[in-house]
Ligand binder design. Sequence first.
Ligand code: HEM
Length: 528
Amino acid sequence: MSSSAAAARALRLCARCCRTPAAHRAGPEPPLRGFDARRTLNVQAASGAAEAGKLKSIDDLPGPSSTTTLYWLFLRGYADKSHLLQDVQKNLYGPIWRSRIGPFDLVNVATPELVAQVIQQEGRYPCRAELPHWKEYRDLRGQAYGSFPSSSGPEWYRMRSALNPKMLKPREVVAYAPVIQQVVGDLLRRVELLRSRSRDRATVSDVAAELYKFGFEGISSILFESRLGCLEEDIPPDTLRFITAVTEMLTLSETVVLFPRWSRGVLPFWSRFVRAWDDLYDVARSLIDRRIAEIEAQVSGGEPAEGMFLTYLLSSDRLSRAEVYISVTELLLGGVDTTSNTLSWALYHLARDRRAQERLHREVSSVCPGRREPITEDLSRMPYLKAVVKETLRLYPVVPGNGRFISEDEVVVGDYWFPKRTQFHLCHYATCHDEEQFVGAELFAPERWLRDAGGSYRHHPYSFLPFGVGVRACVGKRLAEMEMFFALSRLVQHYEVQPEPGAPVVEPKTRTLLVPARPINLRFLPRA
Ligand code: HEM
């Protein structure tokens, strides 16, 4: 296909997408009042360029060489601050640039308009990035591919369609509330234990580590329909093995992908990566098998199989047993530190901003007087709580840069034409921190998300996509929100949260996800 034909096709696609395609309806945040959705597309400019034959090619893109990128990463110290490199490079090269490092050849886009253009041409089966090392592990062990992130195409779509009903339909997700509330109860008991044991009888050290256990327990209680005991004083050995394997696998995943295959026999990373996957898969499979045995016992005893997520997956016959093993494992991988880091940052800011914390406390107390445990219906009357979570995700988008690997079509973005199999990097951190989109972008200001904020706020809908967008967006969004809303509301019902005296400012660092660069220690003072 010639480049101008490809451009015309891509633009037709864009124009259709502009009329809110079904695939994207559920994805991005709805535009704020008064926002013109057509602003998302640079259709006229690109179409003019196409007609005039002015589209440029990927080779015309500005950007650093591999050596320059290595210089920025390792000599200028951005290796664990790649979120900040988005802004540095945007300033140097403009809003769209090409960068190469190791096996990666990326086209970076750093304005909401350009992000929108990529997404609107992502095709039927969007893919984030190729993860050859995950696929290789699956092939090594003869396992099925999962929904995230190791599969793509119609296979991914089939698996994802099996998961969506129980994960994304609000009516279905509400059913998980009692289980999540139990886990939040355990979190409160854990906070009470830790603070009462501390020297000043108030401080919980490394809050993110505790919330990690909460995230692990919360998501496992839904996925495996069993409690693992992550928040207990003595964590059961198998649970500990599970937690260690998840952490080890995710950490090694970043390293393994950078080294060539021939180095696997020489360097220790690949064999450790395989061992961590084996451990993690093994525990997940035995938890699922245990649940299957329970269900079989119920059924053979003449009782109906009662359960929620896992029971549904196992009984719906939409996925094979092998596919259930891997989908549940991969859901777990997506669902732990995303939620726990967001909660950690929210508490960090609430502790430093008394006014915001008191406003949140007032809201929760007025909806649930006498420290009544909130139920899902209450959440719709807590706009400030939701604003706190949104603002946290804006300042610290857990996934600071997402990907789209467009393999099906040639695409046009800005005034460039790109061949099939182009890997785009969507610079969400840069768009969330863009002063043109969010005035006072570096400030924690939950009010900006409130409808009564006076309409001074008009950001482009693609500038804030914390859960991604379109059919490939986060499948755990509703569950994650429920966990965070319940945990935050109940923590502020019971405690006033304060920073330790003289506590340093905590910056984020990139470890695939955006995480605190140092431990966050907070004081939890019981409310009268
Ligand atoms: C604050 C919490 C969370 C955030 C900010 C978050 C963010 C994201 C983002 C940005 C993506 C990529 C979407 C895209 O490419 O458009 C994603 C994908 C995904 N997330 Fe989440 N997530 C969170 C919690 C969860 C939870 C609790 C689960 C598990 C139930 C989960 C499971 C997944 C899965 C399986 C995918 C891949 C979906 C696919 O490829 O089809 N996430 N998430």
